[in-house]
Ligand binder design. Structure first.
Ligand code: SAM
Length: 200
C-alpha cells in the first residue's frame, strides 16, 4: 500500500500523462496560474469568472494537494491542479493556441546568475508560452525583485511573438492589492513590479 503523503488525493488533478486533456480544454477560456503556491489567485478569480477554467501548476505535490483542497472546500469546480514542473506541463499537456492567459506570480528569483537556469522564466519556457497562447493571449509576470522584472521584460521582448502591454518595460505598484500570499508578504518589504505581454 502506498502511504506516502506525496500520493495523497488532489481534487480535480490532471496527470501529466493525461491524453484527453486537450479535449477537456477545447473551446474553453483557459487561465494558467504557474507556480500557484497556496492558490489565492485562483481562489480570488475562479468564482468571479465561472466560465473560465483555471489551471494551477505547482511543482510541490504537498502544496498542490493543499491548494486543491482549498479550492474544493469553496465549492469551486472550474479548476484543475497539476503537480509537476511548469515547463514540462506546457510542453506535454497543452496544444497550440489553447490558452488565454498565463500568470507567473512571484516566482523564485534565483538571484545568482549561475542559478538562472533554474528560473521558470527562460527562453525555452517563453517558446512554449508562445506556442500554447491564443493570438491576443496574455503573459503576465509579477515579482518583488526589480532585476527579475527587468530581465523578464527584456527576455520576453527578444521574441517576435509578443508585444508589451505597458508603455515601459515594467510598471511598479499599479495595484493596491494583489491576491496572492507572496504579494501580502513581499509588498510590506519592497515595490512590486508588473510585466505584461500580449501574444501577437
Ligand atoms: C514564491 S512562491 C509564489 C506562490 C504564489 N504564486 C504566490 O504568489 O503566492 C513560488 C511557487 O512556485 C512553485 N514553483 C517553483 N518552480 C516551479 C516550477 N518549475 N513549476 C511549477 N511550480 C514551481 C514553488 O513550489 C512555489 O510554490
Amino acid at each position: 500500500m502506498i502511504t506516502s503523503k506525496y500520493f495523497q488525493f488532489i481534487p480535480n488533478e490532471v496527470e501529466i500523462c493525461d491524453e484527453d486533456f486537450d479535449k477537456r480544454i477545447e473551446g474553453k477560456n483557459v487561465v494558467i496560474d504557474m507556480g500557484c503556491g497556496h492558490g489565492d489567485f485562483m481562489i480570488e478569480f475562479a468564482p468571479k469568472r465561472p466560465d473560465t477554467l483555471f489551471v494551477g501548476i505547482e511543482v510541490m505535490r504537498k502544496r498542490a494537494h493543499k491548494t486543491g483542497h482549498r479550492l474544493a472546500k469553496r465549492n469551486l469546480t472550474n479548476f484543475h491542479m497539476i503537480a509537476s514542473p511548469g515547463e514540462k506541463v506546457l510542453k506535454t499537456l497543452f496544444p497550440a493556441n489553447s490558452v488565454d492567459e498565463i500568470h507567473i506570480n512571484f516566482p523564485e528569483p534565483w538571484l545568482r546568475e549561475r542559478f538562472w537556469k533554474t528560473r521558470i522564466l527562460k527562453p525555452t519556457f517563453i517558446v512554449q508560452a508562445a506556442r500554447i497562447l491564443k493570438p491576443g493571449g496574455i503573459l503576465n509576470f509579477v515579482t518583488d525583485i526589480e532585476t527579475y522584472a527587468k530581465y523578464a521584460s527584456w527576455i520576453i521582448s527578444r521574441f517576435p511573438y509578443f508585444r508589451n502591454n505597458y508603455p515601459e518595460p515594467y510598471l511598479k505598484d499599479i495595484y493596491e492589492e494583489f491576491p496572492t500570499l507572496f504579494y501580502r508578504k513581499m509588498s510590506l518589504l519592497r515595490h512590486i513590479n508588473y510585466v505584461s505581454f500580449k501574444r501577437i
